[in-house]
Ligand binder design. Sequence first.
Ligand SMILES: [Ca+2]
Length: 446
Amino acid sequence: MISLLTRSILFLFIVSSFLLSQSIHPSFGATSTSPTCVDTTISGISASGSNLIFLPKYVIDNNFNTLWSNYGKGSWIQMDLGSSKNICSVNIAWYKGNERQNNFVISTSKDGNIFTKVLEKKSSGNTLNLEKYVLTNTLARYVKITVNGNTQNDYASITEIKISIQNTIPIPPPPPSTGGGDGTGGGDGVKMIYPTLSPGETWFFNPTNPDDGQFDRNGAEITKNADGSWHLKPGTTRMLAFTKSSGLPSDEVRSSLPTYDYSRLSQIGHFYKPTDWKNVEITIYVKVLSASGGGDEISLVSRSARHSTNVHEGCGGSSYHNNIDFTNGKFKFKKEMWHVNYDIKSYSGITIGSTMDKWIGFKGIVYNMPDGSVKLESYIDKDNNNNWQKATELVDKGNWGDDMTHCNARTQGAAITWGSPMIIFKSNGVTYDFKKFSVRQIVPPI
Ligand SMILES: [Ca+2]
């Protein structure tokens, strides 16, 4: 047995070596066994005994030069985690762990009375650092380490202990401010009101190469500005964004879909494919420069497939329009029962005043409700700082309009509950700069 004097000298030596040479110290790295495991707080510690100044508390002081030590096989030290936790691993740094192998047992308990042996092992004998001992399916509050001697003597001497538990803190969803992100390089930093459905169809305007297989200029004359935004020359603008899986279907393809019968569509749920955009969040940033009187508004148009009176009696043209009037900063909704027959609501919601010559963000959101109605919401980022407020909203309860029966809907005001592969950015005779277009299939808030 080592004398008190020897142990004290040893301690002083350890302290001085700590002060003299930081470089020899093992580093405290993460001891997690996986990204879901984290070191937990040890709220209480006790031991079968301790030698002099080598107290139990020194195994949790983040210092490899202090230790708990007790003489005799069967010496134990016990940690209280405060409550039962799923333990991933027990990590032990042994005093002289690079010269000695320690025989030890780890046992755990939920109540501090009944302990179960979960591991019996011999330390490696080749490290001063924390050595990880993985436990499986171990739910416990108390962890006891019993040391049955080592290859040099019968001391139990441990410099540090860390206990890693499964991280019960839920992984937060991506912060909305990071915007977008479809796992394929999309994303433009714009705040999302509702999260993207996964898997779900998304599209982000590519300012480097707009013609990405989803975007169709559809005759719009657009050019890139020096600041990376794009410029739209006035015209009858119907820029289109398609789901990726639709493969940019032509007018002809969209003129020969399986059905344009609204009763059938309400059963099938889509014009083209199950991946059609149905519950969507459509975003655009615009700076309107001038308008030629052809309609001082921009509409985000959803749930339509083909706008032609000559095709299936205009029944590919069912659609909802989230609309902003940029001269007075007012909002409204339109329902296109078929092409061309609109029911247009009055302005509703907030008024933000003219947005001419200012960058603003505008969002049109459309989603189905469990009761068969459809909710429309418009949002505005009026100061171009990614601060969005709801501008207006409306629920189509199936009583909006008087001519849905033209396309064989069951009722005159039937809601448009089916999806389509196409979103339209619509304006007439408006010149504007734009950026950060996107369409995302969303998880509706219901
Ligand atoms: Ca220590």
